[in-house]
Design a protein around this ligand. Sequence first.
Ligand code: SF4
Length: 336
Amino acid sequence: MLKETDFYISKNNLRVQCTLCPHLCKLKVGQTGICLVRKNIEGKLFSENYGIVTALNLDPIEKKPLYHFYPGKNILSLGSFGCNLKCNFCQNHGISQNGINDFSFLNKTSSAKIIEKAIIAKNNIGIAYTYNEPVIFYEFMYETAILAKENNLKNIMVSNGYINSEPLDKIINYIDAFNIDLKAFTEDFYIKQTQSNLRFVKKTIEKIILSGKHLEITNLIIQGLNDNENDFINMINYLNEIGGDSIILHISAYFPKFKSQIPATNSKLINKLFDIAKSKLKYVYEGNVTHSSNQNTYCKFCGNKLIERNGFQTKIIGIDLNKCNKCLSKIENIIM
Ligand code: SF4
């Protein structure tokens, strides 16, 4: 479905410039942006994925991953198609790296229908905009998020953080929690591996922190590409500097997908980086690894196990009335 977007500037000769993300694509009539979604039609910029949902699932919230936001609950998760980054290792390339003409069949829906499903879904707290990059289905996300708030549902955005300030400022009031991918900590990696720039992702993370909204960060580790220890330490120091030692970090193992032939990240490397991160940050988790005790949450004051995780099974065992049941410290950064 086509929807005219709010974020573009009209230029001479029916050209337009999209202002949704830092790519700022300049498009002639008939051209589509880097994201494969936003198209110049007769001098106006339209989104081609409005109301199109390629995936809709009731997921454990830990799968986003969010470990400190309503642990143990479900979240109705939806995605569309397209992405503004071009990662060779994309873990969801079937929907993210295709445009409207690459699909033989697409489901069209409405925000109202999504809300109806969210309300009746079991143990569900709201809606997650995820799977492909939600910035690219901004208009549908924005409308659905407003309706969700009117129905006392939470909104979660799982994003690469590649968005300009104006659209971020407009939607941030409606989003309750973010998981932002911080894919590496060098511009070189971002330019070569994703065709984007790290500095804009950092800006998004800093804005979210300033907004006071719940934030968790995911760092996907790919051996040989972004596992340099010094770069990793720089990233940890940066997170500590902007978010303090309670910022939540998921260090996630990569698996070969899409155009990448690099072998899956081994668990020893994840363990090593986990230990480095834990020396500065209180809440670090290993992701995409099985049966690791480094997926549990411990009290930052006394070390008591607060939340036990096994895969996507979550047990809250050390929290009573929002306090650690051992040292009685108030739990401050787990929303339940
Ligand atoms: S959202 Fe798409 S069209 Fe707009 S600037 Fe980004 S990549 Fe280009």
